[in-house]
Write a protein that binds this ligand. Structure first.
Ligand code: SAH
Length: 245
């Protein structure tokens, strides 16, 4: 067996924030598995001869299931290929990178993980919002918004999250934003807490919607906010600079 697997972070989008190690590994790939998060600018530079597998719309229109993706990676590595699984941001912050490594290891496959610049920090940063700041927040918490807070089986404790003094950074939270804002205020978080939603960060069509916990759900609905977006909740949002470059 001569194949190898790499789990590579693409950064938040754009070639500028792709690491040199990521570039080197991508350029050596026989197979690249990706979804849309890395963005067109990076996907346009995949090696010409590599097999490209779009996990977002594989075999027509359906999204590949996680176990299909993992099975395909195992199969290609065992066939001797250099397999790159390209993931948005950093591969170990949400997005199931840890699970992919576990599966590959169970099959006796060595995996090199190439860290990436995470959208959770870089996307707010690019519009002037630092996730920590001595005056506003001495801690930042990264939260998946994928779970509906109204479901009793939620792995998140909104009572605790509402009490935290630092910044809350929510990924994959657009759909559940109304429930998330309601859960935080119901558990005592100040409804006047500033909130920013940054859609399609680092892309030409990036857009920022700013409000408070009390009105952000209405504002997001009115603006037609869609994923992917990073939601930042906390005083640091006051440092939003309009995102002008
Ligand atoms: N591992 C990734 C996150 C994967 S979860 C990382 O470290 O960035 C996918 C979520 O990331 C999206 O739903 C969105 O919340 C966020 N995201 C990733 N790239 C983004 C971008 N360019 N703009 C806005 N949000 C982004």
């Amino acid at each position: 067996m001569t194949g190898k697997a790499y789990l590579v972070g693409s950064g938040p989008g754009g070639l500028g924030l792709l690491t040199m190690r990521a570039r080197e590994v991508i350029d050596s790939a026989d197979v690249v598995l990706y979804d849309q998060l890395p963005g067109e600018e990076i996907l346009a530079t995949l090696p010409e001869n590599a097999e490209r597998i779009d996990c977002g719309k594989y075999g027509g229109s359906h999204t590949m299931e996680q176990d299909e993706i993992e099975a395909l990676m195992v199969e290609r590595v065992k066939a001797g290929k250099i397999v790159v699984r390209l993931k948005g941001g950093d591969p170990f912050l949400f997005g199931r990178g840890g699970e992919e490594v576990e599966t590959l290891r169970e099959h006796g496959i060595r995996v090199e993980v190439v860290p990436g610049v995470t959208s959770a920090i870089a996307v707010p940063e690019m519009v002037g919002i630092p996730v920590t700041h001595r005056r506003y927040a001495s801690q930042a918490t990264f939260i998946t918004g994928h779970e509906d807070p109204t479901k009793p089986e939620s792995a998140l404790d909104w009572e605790v999250l509402a009490r935290l003094k630092g910044t809350l950074v929510i990924l994959m939270g657009v759909k559940n934003l109304p429930a998330i804002a309601a859960a935080l205020t119901a558990n005592g978080k100040d409804p006047a807490t500033p909130v920013a939603i940054i859609e399609r960060g680092m892309r030409p069509d990036q857009r920022v919607t700013v409000g408070t916990l009390a009105d952000i759900a209405d504002k997001a609905r009115a603006a037609g906010v869609r994923p992917p977006a990073v939601i930042v909740i906390g005083g640091v949002v006051e440092l939003y600079d309009g995102g002008e470059r």
